[in-house]
Design a protein around this ligand. Structure first.
Ligand SMILES: Nc1nc2c(ncn2[C@@H]2O[C@H](COP(=O)(O)OP(=O)(O)OP(=O)(O)O)[C@@H](O)[C@H]2O)c(=O)[nH]1
Ligand SMILES: [Mg+2]
Length: 207
């Protein structure tokens, strides 16, 4: 699955990264794009938009990744950035219970913006901080059962599961993209069938 720029793109998808401030959205993105981890990464103020082109399921896929700032002051303005997103990576910090508690708010925001649950991947980041893990495991399991969310734990620091997480989100995107195309082409077939029926009715009436 190597990166191939300047070639024909079969599919372009948009994935948004959301979650509380400081959970590691920009760090995960930086690892996925540049294979770099920076302990002193600055907090995100605008929208950071990066892309990577790769081959998946026999297609050349361009993935646009939108790094949405997590700070509460930006929240009212965020929903416009969810437009046309095919999937979302919702991130919380495994060492910060508050970021887990706030997931409900993020889920409402995403689903209200049209990104439904099957298109959301939940990521528990900072899995390297084993001593500081601050999540009630039964709360986590109940949460996953309630929402039927796909879940993975990552560490932007060690790289654990980072590529895997983005690949799962990418597969969700492709599934959504293909589903949308199928329903479009079946609408076209329906339209053609209706057209054929009209022609048939006209021809029948003539004879
Ligand atoms: N130990 C550890 N630290 C991490 C990990 N991911 C990010 N960090 C650190 O957590 C802090 C916040 O990371 P960011 O990537 O800026 O978080 P963010 O979610 O983009 O934050 P905002 O831009 O404010 O929304 C930084 O000091 C990172 O170095 C991780 O997996 N493990
Ligand atoms: Mg950031």
């Amino acid at each position: 699955m190597e990166s191939r720029e300047s070639i024909d793109i079969d599919v372009s998808v948009k994935i948004v990264l959301v979650g509380d401030s400081q959970v590691g959205k920009s760090s995960l993105l930086s690892l996925f794009i540049n294979e770099e981890f920076n302990q002193n990464i600055p907090t995100t103020h605008g929208i950071g938009n990066k892309h990577r082109t790769l081959e998946l399921e026999g297609k050349v896929v361009k993935v646009d990744l939108w790094d949405v700032p997590g700070h509460i002051k930006y929240r009212p303005a965020l929903t416009q950035f969810y437009n046309h997103a095919s999937a979302a990576i919702l991130i919380f910090d495994l060492s910060k219970r508050e970021s887990f508690k706030n997931l409900n708010k993020w889920i409402s925001e995403l689903t209200l913006s049209g990104i439904k649950l099957p298109r959301i991947l939940l990521v528990g980041n900072k899995s390297d901080k084993t001593e500081e893990r601050d999540i009630d495991e039964s709360d986590l399991q109940n949460f996953l059962k309630n929402y039927y969310l796909k879940y993975i734990e990552t560490s932007a620091k060690t790289g654990e599961n980072v590529e895997e997480a983005f690949m799962i989100a990418l597969q969700k995107s492709l599934k959504f993209y293909e589903g949308r195309n199928e329903s479009r082409s079946s609408t076209q077939v329906d339209a053609r069938n209706r057209e054929a029926c009209c022609v048939c009715r006209v021809v029948c009436r003539l004879f």
